[in-house]
Structure formats: structure tokens, C-alpha cells
Design a protein around this ligand. Structure first.
Ligand code: ADP
Length: 680
């Protein structure tokens, strides 16, 4: 396509755009004025981008160097134009940016949109951001004229916001974008001076570029300049007045900024509809001088776990915007943060490569982590309910840090919240320690898919009897957490499904008893081991079982069954880890089987196989040979029925016979009828 095309070309919106449009219009009808914040925000982003390009492309700005946003109301035409001299858009960019949804989480968003329930709208919008389409809250037709830097031609995008848009060449002076809203009759006030002043002060005061409003002023001037006191005439003048503060919010003093201003700044930055959950604003002086303003959002975005997730820190150098999504500044486990870092020391032409190696950047990163963890700890201490909200949105991400950030592991572990066998709500490890009864010296934990199933695990039995609480780790990431977090507050973290579970230092007597028991059971455990062969590492008398006959335990340095399952689910090659088969020497069933071994050793293998399968099920693992398991179980069930169980209760049988005969009779008569029909 080229500029010789005179006729407007029509395009249809991507299906998802229509959905977003109707969602925006239906859910935000009582917050119409936010359209201005969104459009000014887009304009300010476009200005940031041209300023950044100018750092390396010297001619890109030409003569037009004063970056600004202009608001041009037109009362007669009932329009409002938002004009910027930013990066603008080419024809292709207009089609792509304003005709499709290019957010990284768009697929997930659209899916959520389709499955949404009544009343979810605001929340969905909050997680996605509203952007350009909010124009249709107040306008019935929107025209976007745009010229990319140094481009010869400008292009115009027009749409009534329903189904399609058109593209055609247009006249536009200079670089950048002019968005003209043809206001609906009922929203005429959005092109009045007072309304625009009010909205800019409320939503966009902190935007670091001037926002100018076109105003018409009439004044009286002497008709004859040489006679200042003579007859006057009215002179009308059209001019631009700056209506925002335009100083970078993060550079202002904390005391001078109101919560509302911080929140609006966050919304501008993140396109989030909700206010942030927490923030920290600081200046660091020392090895490096920089200012940081970081926000913790209230809700997780859709694409939190995809590796594409953008890390939302914007880097400025001496107030000049350098780059968005500056992932070099924060570790991956803090990717939920949004905010601004403004450095006084980095060079303006700083590149990604340089950022990766720079000492100063490393220093800034460490400080950002410190400030964020302090903020979260403060939240946890002073506003536990808000912290709970944070944890349910971002806990899974923060936990990654326990595995990856050794230096801050202790602090991160303090922020950890987890399920436990005795608590209804999530608990911290500090609170767990606080509740530990006398004699308990370690923190016990178990890993698995969900707390309800884990709570019934045989591995917990002896601990429960002793009144020991057990932490239940149920997120996939927890397997990596426990690999790294081996100690907390000088207490070992001990897995209850691994190795030897020594709940307390055994005294001489206990040791002797254990030895005697092992000797007593030697013949039996050896026979069991022979049946199970190399499927198990060894067979042992258990110290952790109380009510169950047996269980499977992972050797001290082996991989938890839960982790093994997770890896298999993600199609990873996992070597078959051999377990320790533990038996409960006090359990009646084990005593019976032991007796059976003495009396009928030929029967032992079937029983052992069944016990082993049962232990596999309780571990959450699949039974290795379900066919053989089912057959053995059926045979056993059959054999378990005693002759006296089969003595028939005559009274019940009589009733059944009567019913059956009645049924037969009706059937016979129907058949007879059918036959006679066939004959005739
Ligand atoms: P978002 O800003 O969240 O990406 P929008 O729907 O608001 O989503 O805008 C879509 C895209 O259109 C932007 O990402 C940007 O590339 C482009 N855009 C919007 N407004 C402007 C503008 N004033 N100047 C240049 N590009 C713009």
C-alpha cells in the first residue's frame, strides 16, 4: 500500500477488540472521565519514546524539540483533540496498534473475558488496563491522525467503535499523533475548559511533560495605541496554557505528595485500574545516587508465570526516560513490581549490554531488593490482612527467590506463608516456631498436591500423636524452596517423608528396644524385601507410623514423590527412585501377615504386593501394575467372605421372587401381543 490510495480502506477489528470495547463501555460507564488519563498517558509514553530515540538518532526530532501534549477543545464542532509530538505511528502501526490487542497476556485475558461471571468486569479491566478504547466511553466517533518521525505522509484511522475502522492518508502538520473525539451529546462537558483543567489536575498532574490547554481569552485594548486612555475594543486571542505541574512525581518530596497523587501516578504507569497495594519511595545517596518509586499491585496479571512477563520498572537517567521493562534492575522473583528508577550516575546512552555488566546497576538492584523486602516485611507486621492479599496474588512468585537469591534467603523465608496441619489460615515459620511444644527441635514439613490429602498422610501419624505441627507445602515451586531452605532460625527443616525420622534423641533403653524389635522382625522383613526385590531400597520397621500398616519413604537425599510426579508431568526423564518400605511393627495387619508368613509362606507375596500398592496410593503415586492389583484385591475379597455371610435370609428372598414373577408376567403378555400383531 502507498500514499496514492485516495479512498479510505476498511478493516475489521480483531474479534477480541470488539469484546474489549464492549467490556470497557459496559463496565466503566460510571467512570467515563478516565478516558483522558488513558489518552494523556499514551501521549506521554509516545513523548518518552521519541526522547529516547533522539539519544542515538540525532535528527529524529528535527526542529520540533519541545515535547508536549496539547488539549484542543472545540465547542462548536463538539470535539476534543489530544495532540502530542511523540513517536507517532506509521500506517501499519495504526492498523496493528489500534485494531488488534497486542498485550502479552491477551489470550489469557480474552479467555477470562469469555468465562467471566456477572460483576467480574471491573476486576478484569483492572488487571488488563483500558487504554485507547476508553475513548468510546465519551465519543461516538474517534479519528486518529498520526505521522511517524521523518515520515513523508500522515495517516488517519477512523472508527465508530463497532466492528470496523478505516485508514486513509491525511494532512497533519508535524510529527506525532492527534486523537479527535467526536463527543456524544451527553458528554459535551468534556470539551469545556473547567472540566479539562479539573481532570488534568486530578489524573495527570505528575506527567513529566507539559500538558497545554488551548484557551480563548478576550481582553480590552485601546483602539489607538498612542492613546491608551481612549476608546477600547475587544481582542480575542487563542493561546495555550500549561495546566499541569509537569515535574516528575518521584523527584518531589514525599511530604508534598498525597496518596491520591501516588495512586494516579501508579495507574498512569501501569495502566492498572486498581490502586496499588503498597508503595515505597526513596532516594539513595552514596556509591550511586538514585531515586526509586516502587509499587506492589493489588492483583496478579494474567501472564505472571509466562517467561515473557515484562518486568515493570522504567529506567530514567536524570529524568530522561531510557527504557521500559528494565529487567536488569530487579530479580525475576520481583517481576510483579511496577515503578520508576531515576539514576543520576548512569550515562544517557546506556545500553542493555552495559546494564548487565555495570557495577552501579548491581548496586541499584541490591538496593531495590532491600527496599522491596523491607516494604513487604512492614506490610506483614503492620497490616497482616493486606499482606495476605499480597501473598495470595504474588506469594508463588516471591517464593522463587528463596531458591534463587541466597543472599536474601533469610528475609524471604520470614515472608513465607504456608499451610500447616494445625492451622486453618496460612502461617509464617516464625509463628510455627512460636507454637512448637517443648522437646521439638526441628521444623517438620511434607510436600504434595493439596492440604486436604496431605493431612491424611500416614507419614504424619506419630508427629500428630506427639502434638507436632507439620507444614504442608503444596505449590510446585515449594519443592525448590525446600531444596534451598534447609534451616530457619537455627532450626532444621525436616521432611517427614524422607529418610530416618528421629523425633528426639533416643535414650539407651529406646535404642535397645529398637534393636531387639529389628532382630525379632528380621526374618519377616527379609522375606518382604525378597518379594519386593529391587523395587525398594530396603524394608524397615517404621518410627513414623501409628495407625497405618505401612508407608513408602524417600531415602535421605532422594527426590520427594511430589517432585518426581511434577517432573514426570512435564515430560522430564526422571530416574525411578527406589523407596524405603516401612512397616508398622505394632499394626494388627502386619502382625497377621507376619504370622501368615510363618504358617503359609506361599501366601506372603500376594499380601505384600497389596500392602505395597496401598503405600503407593497413599504416597499419591500410581500403582505400578493396576491389573495385577485389581485381580489380587478381588481374590482377597472373595476369600474374605465367610460361609456364614452367605446364609440366605429367606424373608428377603421371598419378596424378591414375588417381584420377579410379576415382572416376568408383564413381559410375557407383551411378547404375546407383539407376536399376535406380527401374525395379523
Ligand atoms: P497500551 O497503551 O496499554 O499498550 P492502548 O490500547 O492504549 O494500549 O494503545 C495501543 C498502542 O497504540 C500503544 O501501545 C502504542 O503503541 C500505540 N499508541 C497509542 N496512543 C499513541 C500515541 N499517542 N502515540 C503513539 N502511539 C500510540
Amino acid at each position: 500500500m502507498n500514499s496514492t490510495v485516495e479512498q479510505p480502506e476498511t478493516f475489521t477489528f480483531q474479534a477480541e477488540v470488539n469484546q474489549v470495547l464492549s467490556l470497557v463501555i459496559n463496565s466503566l460507564y460510571s467512570h467515563k472521565e478516565i478516558f483522558l488519563r488513558e489518552l494523556v498517558s499514551n501521549a506521554s509514553d509516545a513523548l518518552d519514546k521519541i526522547r529516547f530515540r533522539a539519544l542515538t538518532e540525532h535528527d529524529v526530532m528535527g526542529e520540533d524539540k519541545e515535547l508536549k501534549v496539547q488539549l484542543i477543545p472545540d465547542e462548536t464542532g463538539q470535539t476534543l483533540t489530544i495532540r502530542d509530538n511523540g513517536v507517532g505511528m506509521t500506517r501499519e502501526e495504526l492498523i496493528k496498534n489500534l485494531g488488534t490487542i497486542a498485550h502479552s497476556g491477551s489470550t489469557a485475558f480474552v479467555k477470562a473475558l469469555q468465562e467471566k461471571k456477572e460483576g467480574d468486569d471491573l476486576q478484569l479491566i483492572g488487571q488488563f488496563g483500558v487504554g485507547f478504547y476508553s475513548s468510546y466511553l465519551v465519543a461516538d466517533t474517534v479519528t486518529v491522525q498520526s505521522r511517524a518521525p521523518l515520515a513523508e505522509e500522515a495517516w488517519q484511522w477512523t472508527s465508530e467503535g463497532s466492528g470496523s475502522f478505516s485508514i486513509e492518508p491525511c494532512e497533519l502538520e508535524g510529527r506525532g499523533t492527534a486523537i479527535t473525539l467526536h463527543l456524544k451529546d451527553e458528554h459535551k462537558e468534556f470539551n469545556t475548559e473547567w472540566k479539562l483543567r479539573e481532570l488534568v489536575r486530578k489524573f495527570s498532574d505528575y506527567v513529566s511533560f507539559p500538558i497545554e490547554l488551548e484557551v480563548t481569552r478576550t481582553r480590552e485594548e485601546p483602539k489607538d495605541e498612542s492613546d491608551p486612555e481612549g476608546p477600547k475594543e475587544k481582542v480575542t486571542e487563542v493561546k495555550f496554557e500549561q495546566i499541569n505541574n509537569a515535574s516528575a512525581l518521584w523527584k518531589r518530596k514525599k511530604e508534598d505528595i498525597e496518596d491520591e497523587q501516588y495512586n494516579e501516578f501508579y495507574k498512569h504507569l501501569s495502566h492498572d485500574w486498581n490502586a496499588p497495594l503498597a508503595r515505597t519511595h526513596f532516594s539513595i545517596e552514596g556509591r550511586a545516587m538514585f531515586t526509586g518509586l516502587l509499587f506492589v499491585p493489588e492483583k496478579a496479571p494474567f501472564d505472571m508465570f509466562s517467561s515473557m512477563e515484562r518486568r515493570g520498572i522504567r529506567l530514567f537517567v536524570k529524568r530522561v526516560f531510557i527504557m521500559e521493562e528494565c529487567k536488569e534492575l530487579i530479580p525475576e522473583y520481583l517481576r510483579f513490581l511496577r515503578g520508576v528508577v531515576d539514576s543520576d550516575d548512569l550515562p544517557l546512552n546506556v545500553s542493555r549490554e552495559l546494564l548487565q555488566e555495570d557495577q552501579m546497576v548491581r548496586f541499584i538492584k541490591n538496593q531495590l531488593v532491600k527496599k522491596t523486602l523491607d516494604l513487604l516485611q512492614e506490610l506483614a507486621d503492620d497490616q497482616p490482612e493486606t499482606y495476605e492479599k499480597f501473598w495470595s496474588a504474588f506469594g508463588m512468585v516471591l517464593k522463587e527467590g528463596i531458591h534463587t537469591d541466597e543472599k536474601n534467603r533469610k528475609k524471604l523465608a520470614k515472608l513465607l506463608r504456608c499451610h500447616s496441619t494445625t492451622q486453618e489460615k496460612l502461617t509464617s515459620l516464625d509463628d510455627y516456631i512460636e507454637r512448637m511444644p517443648e522437646g521439638q527441635s526441628s521444623i517438620y514439613y511434607i510436600t504434595g498436591d493439596n492440604p486436604a490429602t496431605l493431612a491424611k498422610s500416614p507419614h504424619l501419624e506419630t508427629l500428630a500423636k506427639k502434638g507436632y505441627e507439620v507444614v504442608m507445602f503444596t505449590d510446585p515451586i515449594d519443592e525448590w524452596v525446600v531444596m534451598s531452605l534447609t534451616e530457619y532460625q537455627d532450626k532444621k527443616l525436616v521432611s517427614v517423608s524422607k529418610g530416618d525420622l528421629e523425633l528426639e534423641e533416643p535414650d539407651e533403653e529406646a535404642k535397645k528396644e529398637t534393636e531387639a524389635q529389628a532382630k525379632d522382625f528380621k526374618g519377616f522383613t527379609e522375606a518382604v524385601a525378597e518379594v519386593l526385590g529391587d523395587r525398594v531400597e530396603k524394608v524397615e520397621i517404621s518410627k513414623r507410623l501409628a495407625d497405618s500398616p505401612c508407608c513408602l519413604v524417600v531415602p535421605e537425599h532422594g527426590m520427594h514423590a511430589h517432585l518426581e510426579r511434577l517432573l514426570k508431568q512435564s515430560n522430564r526423564d526422571v530416574p525411578q527412585a527406589r523407596r524405603i518400605f516401612e512397616i508398622n511393627a505394632k499394626h494388627p495387619l502386619i502382625l497377621t501377615v507376619r504370622q501368615l508368613h510363618k504358617a503359609r509362606s506361599d501366601k506372603l507375596s500376594d499380601w505384600v504386593e497389596l500392602l505395597y500398592a496401598q503405600a503407593q496410593i497413599l504416597e499419591g503415586s500410581p500403582v505400578s501394575d493396576p491389573g495385577a492389583f485389581a485381580q489380587r484385591l478381588s481374590e482377597l475379597m472373595n476369600a474374605a467372605v465367610q460361609p456364614e455371610d452367605l446364609v440366605v435370609d429367606e424373608s428377603v428372598v421371598e419378596e424378591e421372587v414375588v417381584e420377579e414373577t410379576a415382572a416376568e408376567e408383564t413381559e410375557t403378555s407383551e411378547t404375546a401381543e407383539e407376536e399376535s400383531d406380527a401374525e395379523s
